[in-house]
Design a protein around this ligand. Structure first.
Ligand code: UDP
Length: 327
């Protein structure tokens, strides 16, 4: 069976990717330091505990498994934290990725699928965000991801590394079969925080800023179901296997929802009140991030089928209410 090295396979998106890969006939090998992931989320293939900053450990794992492709999810991804502690993002995300990319090249593993982000575009009022758009990140998280994109380009030119880069918009939802789901500690993402507030596990959801230049004053984001997102990754992997070369794809639906709209939908889907506070803006937040690209649909044949707000919230809610959520 073809092995895929999945960094961050114990995390939210990585664990869903492992399930999808296993279903598609691959063997996902998880490499994870479980700093933000969970060992019990590694269910679909071997687990290799390790840190991206440990080059010797990476070499050992490449030698043991000889993966055909790397899928690189492992990273810190909290925008607010990246503004308080940029060094953490540059060290782990950028240095860690450099180690990984060098180890892959040295091992002759030249197919690389990378989790990037729409945060690399920064705040571009009214501009349609497609893949050709200028990248001007406004937070350290986005800057760290853009640096890794540049690194992949350079290693491609010099060492023949081929990459598919996915720039994610906002990922939400959970495996509808309930085997894996979203679980961060501390939690920082809108939908799980809101579900916590609905269930009384925190007093209220704080809306970060209500004076933005948007129809209702709150930030707008483009939400994608995690299953649709990882489906695109399997398509990206096949793209590389077919020798189609390096390519960048946005993963968003092209529809934006404000924080208040997400709150309203959550109240309807769960049939519960959402306790809400109105707070200050969060440093590093872009006003609106909505994909304006159909490249993934056109070139990968990607169809985001579960990415309605209702389905994403319903799947997240089912996971949230299952015993799995409480570790
Ligand atoms: N947000 C919020 N309150 C929270 C968490 C998030 O108002 O407790 C807002 C945040 O400002 C952004 C949106 O919800 O506009 C999505 O934030 P999240 O952290 O989930 O993802 P990000 O857009 O930072 O990747």
């Amino acid at each position: 069976m073809t092995k895929i090295l999945v960094t961050g396979g114990a995390g939210y998106i990585g664990s869903h990717a492992c399930k999808m890969l296993a279903r598609a006939g691959y063997e996902p090998v998880t490499f994870d330091n479980v700093s933000t992931g969970w060992e019990d989320a590694v269910k679909f293939g071997p687990f290799e505990r390790g840190d991206l900053l440990d080059r010797a450990r990476l070499d050992e794992v490449f030698a043991t498994h000889c993966p055909a492709t790397v899928m690189h999810f492992a990273a810190y991804s909290d925008v607010g934290e990246s503004m308080r502690d940029p060094a953490k993002y540059w060290r782990n995300n950028v240095l860690g990725s450099l180690n990984l990319i060098e180890a892959a090249v040295d091992a002759g593993c030249l197919n690389f699928v990378f989790s990037s982000t729409c945060a690399t575009y920064g705040d571009q009022d009214g501009v349609v965000l497609d893949e050709e758009c200028v990248q001007a990140p406004i937070n350290a998280y986005g800057a760290s991801k853009r640096a890794i994109e540049d690194m992949l380009d350079n290693f491609g030119q010099t060492h023949g590394l081929r990459h598919v880069i996915f720039r994610y918009f906002n990922v939400a939802g959970a495996d509808p079969e309930g085997e894996v789901g979203e679980f961060h500690r501390p939690e920082t993402h809108l939908i799980p925080l809101m579900l916590d507030a609905i269930e009384g596990q925190r007093p209220a959801l704080t809306i970060y800023g209500t004076d933005y230049d948007t129809p209702d004053g709150t930030c707008v984001r483009d939400y994608v179901h995690v299953l649709d997102l990882v489906d695109a990754h399997v398509r990206g992997l096949k793209w590389l296997e077919d020798g189609k070369g390096s390519r960048v794809f946005n993963l968003g639906t092209g529809k934006g929802f404000s924080v208040r709209q997400v709150v309203e939908h959550s109240s309807i889907v769960t049939n519960r009140e959402v306790p809400v506070n109105e707070g200050e803006r969060r440093p590093g937040d872009a006003v609106a991030l909505v994909s304006g690209s159909t490249r993934a649909e056109q070139e990968l044949g990607w169809r985001p089928e579960r990415s309605t707000l209702e389905t994403m919230i319903a799947d997240a809610w089912r996971w949230h209410q299952s015993g799995h959520y409480e570790r």
